[in-house]
Design a protein around this ligand. Structure first.
Ligand SMILES: NC(=O)c1ccc[n+]([C@@H]2O[C@H](COP(=O)([O-])OP(=O)(O)OC[C@H]3O[C@@H](n4cnc5c(N)ncnc54)[C@H](OP(=O)(O)O)[C@@H]3O)[C@@H](O)[C@H]2O)c1
Length: 242
């Protein structure tokens, strides 16, 4: 993709990886629209980055997704990049009393919402690029986040097909595959051990410049290329308890 002069919608762009992408895309001369549920996070982001355009949306609600699309179509018809970044992560086991409720929430946020948005936004005549944020856990799951890992495996698989399906329309599909990074995903403190988002962003933009469409960082690089046997070993390493 070209790295400047785009108009980009980044879902979940007010925090973590989304905020890192927002900062860098603005620095490189792009117009960025971000959305999320928390008004306070959107205000904080626009205080830091005055040019950013914000929209409060709960993407787990289909009607709100449609309203977001209609607003973009009428106010920003020149939008050419959709970044499906928003996601949630539930640490739970199958005997969690709220297992089903949390599962539904994860599936609607991590799968249904980006698929619906993609379906809507490919209707914009200017659209050139879809960027999907999956995970290193797309390749081998972490059992403490069992449904989250499965949603990312789903989204990784879908992203492959999407790239193929959109090629004839001239729309490129780029997958960002982060390993664990230090954000508030899943709850404050759970990712404190992980590398900062800033290092990931530097690496991602180098890879974008090289024209890559599957962008990895540190351990997600080896996982994305691992054999089935290597992935089983990786799973064993992540679960030393049994
Ligand atoms: N950090 C990691 O270790 C890691 C590793 C691999 C992949 N990822 C992926 O990277 C993406 C970004 O996560 P992050 O680590 O940057 O965590 P984060 O800071 O918690 O970002 C998630 C963003 O998604 C937004 N969001 C969640 N549910 C939403 C909803 N229903 N409607 C609208 N926005 C919603 C959140 O905003 P609101 O709360 O304001 O709605 C937040 O800005 C996710 O897809 C995640 O799965 C992260």
């Amino acid at each position: 993709m070209k790295l400047s002069g785009n108009k980009i919608l980044i879902t979940g762009g007010a925090s973590g990886i989304g905020l890192g992408l927002t900062e860098r895309f603005i620095l490189d001369g792009n117009t960025v629209i971000i959305c999320g549920r928390r008004e306070s996070a959107l205000i904080e982001a626009s205080t830091k980055l005055p040019s950013v355009i914000t929209r409060q949306v709960d993407l787990s609600d289909g009607a709100e997704r449609l309203a977001l699309f209609e607003w973009v179509k009428s106010e920003h018809p020149d939008l050419n990049v959709l970044v499906n970044n928003a996601g949630i992560q539930n640490w739970m086991s199958v005997d969690d009393p709220k297992f089903l409720e949390k599962t539904k929430n994860e599936i609607v946020t991590n799968i249904e919402a980006p698929l619906h948005l993609t379906h809507l936004f490919v209707q914009l005549p200017q659209l050139t690029t879809v960027i999907n944020v999956t995970s290193g856990l797309s390749f081998a799951p972490f059992a403490k986040v069992p449904v989250y890992s499965a949603t990312k495996a789903f989204f990784h698989s879908f992203t492959w097909s999407l790239r193929h399906l959109l090629k004839p329309k001239g729309i490129e599909v780029i997958e960002l595959i982060p390993p664990a990074l230090n954000t508030d995903l899943g709850g404050k403190g759970l990712h404190d051990h992980a590398p900062p988002v800033s290092e990931f962003i530097v690496s991602i933009f180098e890879q974008l410049k090289e024209g890559k469409d599957e962008l990895t960082f540190e351990s997600s690089e080896s996982r994305s290329k691992a054999s089935a046997e290597e992935l089983k070993n990786y799973f064993r390493l992540m679960h030393p308890e049994n």
